[in-house]
Ligand binder design. Sequence first.
Ligand SMILES: [Zn+2]
Ligand SMILES: [Zn+2]
Length: 108
Amino acid sequence: MGSFPPSRGGFCPLLLFSCFAFIVSKGKDLFMAKCEVCGNEYDKVMEITWEGEKHVFDSFECAIKALAPKCEHCGVTIIGHGVESDSSFFCCAHCAHEEGVTAAVDRA
Ligand SMILES: [Zn+2]
Ligand SMILES: [Zn+2]
């Protein structure tokens, strides 16, 4: 740290910087949101509208934990397409068959 460079023509970089820092810190507060699963406050949250309701998460993992359906047969969390029958979700056609849903076919 040497001597601070003298301001030229009334321009004060330090004042400008503190002003900028103030705006940035205020703006950050406005965009901060809390993950509804783990409670983490984060400025890059994701918003997911699920069945008409808006949800806020800080990560895919939290979103999956809150929203992903579980296989009715084996309990696996369904992150891919899975198999849906009426109101039941299955991870694959095999699990659907095990629960008596014979119409389910894997299209993979
Ligand atoms: Zn979270
Ligand atoms: Zn399953």
